[in-house]
Design a protein around this ligand. Structure first.
Ligand SMILES: NC(=O)c1ccc[n+]([C@@H]2O[C@H](COP(=O)([O-])OP(=O)(O)OC[C@H]3O[C@@H](n4cnc5c(N)ncnc54)[C@H](O)[C@@H]3O)[C@@H](O)[C@H]2O)c1
Length: 351
């Protein structure tokens, strides 16, 4: 299902020859249309239809979805149409959802073009859109026919978007074990490891988890580490403060907070808290949160899909590589963790 680099594009080409779809639709955004579409042209037939949407998280919503459905109809797409989702997580999420729902579902292939989509968004079959103030409120779980991961797309990706993917790779280390966590820290310090191998490692870690629990009944929830508060911070900064943050940057802050919460709930040693948070902070700038920010973020937590009877559920850590699921966390502990976060000094220790 996962195919890499040049060989991956050849697999795409052969798949199209073998399955002979009635039509090929390539979904892009303005950036991937210009920078990534030319790179796949040699591997797809000339008579494809390009549906293009504006870039960014704010377009992962119902109006854009409707415009994709409409363009599929206008272009006579039928049940044997194949959709190629060429872009970051916004394109793979909304494209996967559009394809899963159009005529009760057409085949689709993800060709992720951001690091975050390569190691995370394109893997695991989750797709969907944001709705009202909440992220990913509407969606399905439905897997693509193929996932083509070509790190050549990363050559045009801005550094802040690379960093966004790095946050999810660090998360893979924290939930899976010290070996990969250390490998990632080594890479960040020295940049002397082959990056495409780390991408493959991250894909394997996520893939192993989703194979064991595709519908998130248990184990898969570990992938949400850092995301409960990360999503609320992302929604708050993007939509309320209008001060955009990448998904990965928000998740990195969510991870720092979850590490504090893990300690305040008595699961994680403070020395490990310091080690983890120093390492994350080296790579991701902390954004200070005022009391007003914190209370708005707490309100946004009420939209979290993982809430049980209105109480936020967190993935916490007992140690690096030992996550614990379904932890209810009181408002008081969340606020105390924001206070600890706000007082992180330059070396990651509390002042
Ligand atoms: N489904 C899942 O399991 C899952 C997991 C994690 C994240 N997500 C979702 O993924 C989304 C974030 O994805 P993202 O960070 O990739 O954001 P994105 O799709 O908005 O892409 C980020 C920016 O990079 C541009 N871009 C993409 N590829 C490029 C390239 N090769 N060169 C230059 N520019 C390029 C895009 O046009 C966009 O401006 C969020 O909506 C998040 O909820 C989903």
């Amino acid at each position: 299902m996962y195919h890499y680099n040049q060989e991956g594009l050849q697999v795409l080409h052969n798949y199209i020859l073998d399955t002979n779809p009635s039509k090929i639709v390539v979904l892009t955004d303005n950036h991937t249309q210009k920078l990534c579409l030319p790179k796949i042209l040699p591997y797809i037939p000339d008579n494809f239809v390009n549906i293009n949407i504006p870039p960014g998280e704010s377009y992962k919503q119902i109006d854009t979805l409707q415009s994709i459905w409409k363009q599929l109809i206008v272009n006579d797409a039928d049940r044997s149409t194949l959709m190629l989702n060429l872009g970051g997580g916004v394109i793979t999420d909304i494209g996967g959802f559009a394809a899963s729902t159009f005529k009760r579902g057409i085949d689709f292939i993800h060709i992720p073009t951001t690091l975050l989509a390569m190691v995370d968004a394109a893997i695991g079959g989750k797709n969907g859109i944001n709705f009202l103030e909440g992220k990913n409120q509407i969606g399905t779980i439905n897997s693509p026919e193929l996932i083509i991961i070509n790190d050549d797309f990363l050559t045009t990706l801005p550094q802040r978007q690379i960093d966004s993917g790095i946050a999810e790779m660090l998360k893979h280390g924290l939930i899976s074990g010290k070996e990969y966590w250390q490998k990632m820290l080594h890479y960040l310090a020295h940049k002397d490891t082959i990056f495409s191998q780390l991408i493959k490692n991250s894909v394997q870690i996520k893939n192993k988890i989703i194979n064991e629990d595709p519908y998130e009944k248990g184990l898969r929830k570990v992938l949400n580490f850092g995301h409960t508060l990360g999503h609320a911070i992302e929604s708050y900064l993007n939509y309320v403060k209008k001060s955009p943050i990448t998904h990965g940057h928000a998740v990195s802050l969510g991870m720092i907070l979850s590490v504090y919460i893990s300690n305040k709930k008595g699961f994680l040693k403070f020395t490990t808290v310091t080690d983890i948070n120093t390492s994350i902070k080296k790579h991701f700038p902390l954004i200070p949160f005022t009391d007003k920010d914190i209370s708005h973020i707490l309100k946004l937590l009420t939209f979290d899909k993982k809430n049980k009877n209105g109480i936020p559920q967190f993935i916490l850590l007992k140690d690096i590589g030992s996550p614990i699921l379904d932890q209810s966390v009181s408002k008081e502990i969340i606020i105390a963790s924001f206070k600890a976060y706000n007082t992180l000094s330059d070396n990651g220790q509390q002042k």
